[in-house]
Design a protein. Structure first.
Lengths: 319, 280
């Protein structure tokens, strides 16, 4: 028994610690220890040449320098481009669908059917989905067959042999897989808004757009943030789809190679030093994203007016 | 005038929904059609009508010793099911601990979880692999399940949900009625959290079912492979020599169990979503 300060009234504080203990214990063992180990490895030359281990030899920041001078910026850019190409349509479509689905005046037929259908692609294992797209969009695959037989194109489109084609395919898959999920999440949030707010707005003669921008959007801001968080996590972790679609090559010319595919290559090759340094880079990028999202989440200044005022003051000019 | 405007929106909404639904279903339609056709038929080009090789393709896949797909389904079900149960229970437990109690480190704990919210597991993959090798847990399903006790994003969702749907008076009332702290959580809080749990259980199950990166690094023996690893082997070097009917059939088999589970639980989601709106 630990000696604790006894309080006269019943204190439930210890239950708080008991309830959060499993989380923090698990996190410490399976994330903090590995993180420390990962960072430590990043400073060593440590890889396998065949079965023979080279190192670990202390090399300081050499792994980092090698990464930066090599392909890291390129792969970071690839990942970002493919994420944004999928995310923008995803969030726009999801917002529109969610507000339609929850609009009591807009009677959508087969609402249940549509909800089930748009969520369906999210259930499909990403690797199976990528394998399916690989088969469907191959040069002699069904999509080209259909386009040829309909006379839309004169000869087969080589989807996966152009940078734009391959990246768009990856983004299309990401969009299809996630817009239904996002729609359902946002719907839950919109339905959580007190209906009397909408009723009052309608009585005051609000238009649909006004209701959407002045009530729905501000009210679901917490869940929008959550959606952005999950999508950012997903985007940075983008791996399965391009990995399977390009067979791990990131073809054409490594323009669909993502950061995690790069990490995977180092891990498979047991190059601990380089994998460690790359992980630390990813950790830093994640940290920055995390900070942005954390700020957004607790931002008391959503329209940026205070920030603008602060800037103006800093510049020594009162606006 | 007003009616006309509503009609216009209604037509637009239905048109957009039909296009999106078509996009979602079209690829799976081709998949299922192609799964019923033999390799020779597939080589002839696309046909909108199903072929006659459904059973042949199915038997070819089931009986392929190189890809033990039934074992793969079993492994995937174990991992995803355990993850969904563990993630929802422990995330709710953690969220409840921080939501319902006042203790010194409460704000620190909450801020910490918020700070690691966006942290991908891949960042620590290197250390994680070395750790589980040292613990003797490499090539086992356990390291794919246990770490899910700590799922910051699900915690955040549960915590937000509690703030909107779990009145603290209810906890007080349970205490006055003599309910123990764990009992209150299990018998009163968990049922209230059901909508959030249903949504998160499905997302977690799907996420775990889809998960390819970590399992592919952890699992080395064939009998422990999960489905995504098996699907990935299809993309191997001799893709062009592979029986295409078999490939489509394997993809079909890989997605059917999860569609069945989804159809069973989709009611849960919708119900939960509407339940979440009832308050005060």
């Amino acid at each position: 028994m630990r000696s604790e300060k006894k309080i006269k009234s019943v204190s439930y504080a210890k239950w708080g610690y008991i309830f959060i203990l499993p989380f923090f214990l698990t996190y410490a063992v399976f994330s903090v220890i590995p993180l420390v180990d990962t960072i430590r490895n990043s400073f060593f030359e440590y890889y396998y040449s065949g079965l023979k281990a080279i190192g670990p030899n202390w090399v300081g920041l050499a792994n980092y320098a090698e990464l930066l001078s090599a392909d890291l910026p390129k792969y970071a850019w690839n990942t970002f481009v493919m994420w944004i190409l999928g995310f923008v349509p995803q969030i726009v479509v999801a917002l529109v669908l969610a507000s339609w689905f929850t609009d009591a005046r807009l009677k959508i037929r087969g609402k249940q059917f549509f909800k089930v259908v748009i969520y369906l692609p999210n259930l499909i294992m990403a690797s199976a989905f990528a394998m399916l797209f690989f088969a469907l969009f191959s040069n002699s695959g069904p999509v080209n067959n259909i386009l040829l037989s309909m006379g839309v194109v004169g000869e087969a489109i080589r989807f996966m042999e152009s940078t734009f084609g391959a990246r768009t395919l990856v983004a299309l898959m990401n969009f299809l897989m996630w817009f239904g999920n996002t729609t359902i999440m946002l719907m839950a949030a919109i339905m959580g808004i007190n209906p009397s707010v909408f009723e009052a707005a309608e009585l005051d003669g609000c238009t649909h757009l006004q209701k959407f921008f002045k009530i729905t959007l501000p009210q679901i801001k917490p869940l929008l943030t959550y959606t952005l968080i999950t999508s950012l996590i997903g985007g940075l972790q983008m791996f399965d789809v391009p990995q399977i679609l390009t067979g791990g090559q990131g073809s054409p010319d490594r323009t669909t190679m993502t950061l995690i595919m790069y990490l995977n290559n180092h891990l498979q090759a047991k190059n601990y030093g380089m994998a460690g340094a790359l992980s630390v880079f990813l950790f830093i990028i994640s940290g920055i994203l995390c900070w942005i999202v954390f700020r957004m989440n607790t931002d008391p200044d959503p329209d940026g007016s205070k920030f603008a005022a602060k800037r103006a003051r800093k510049g020594g000019r009162a606006s | 005038m007003k009616n006309k405007k509503i009609n216009g929106r209604s037509i637009l909404a239905h048109a957009v929904l039909i296009i999106l639904a078509f996009m979602c279903l079209f690829f799976f339609y081709i998949l299922i059609i192609n799964a019923t056709r033999s390799h020779a038929q597939l080589q002839l080009g696309f046909s909108a009508l199903p072929g006659s090789s459904l059973i042949t393709n199915f038997l070819n896949v089931i009986n392929d010793p190189a890809i033990p797909i039934l074992k793969g389904i079993q492994n995937s079900l174990i991992v995803s099911g355990c993850c969904a149960a563990i993630v929802t229970y422990f995330s709710a437990l953690t969220a409840y601990g921080i939501y319902a109690y006042n203790f010194k480190l409460k704000n620190a704990a909450f801020t910490f979880i918020m700070a690691i919210l966006v942290m991908p597991t891949q960042v620590t993959a290197l250390g994680f692999l070395r750790l589980i090798t040292n613990m003797g847990m490499d090539d086992s399903l356990l390291p794919l399940i246990i770490p899910s006790v700590a799922s910051p994003a699900v915690f955040y969702f549960m915590h937000s949900y509690m703030q909107s749907s779990l009145p603290k008076e209810l906890i007080e009332a349970a205490r006055i009625d003599g309910s123990g702290e764990f009992g209150t959580f299990n018998r009163i809080v968990m049922p209230i959290m059901k909508p959030a749990i249903a949504v998160q259980a499905i997302f977690t199950f799907v996420g775990s079912w889809n998960n390819y990166f970590i399992p592919a690094l952890v699992i080395t023996s064939k009998s422990k492979q999960t489905l995504p690893i098996m699907i990935a082997t299809l993309r191997g070097a001799d893709y062009m020599n592979f029986d295409m009917g078999k490939i489509y059939m394997m993809i079909t088999i890989a997605i059917v169990p999860i569609i069945i589970i989804y159809l069973l639980l989709s009611k849960f989601i919708v119900e939960g979503v509407t339940l979440g709106g009832v308050k005060e």
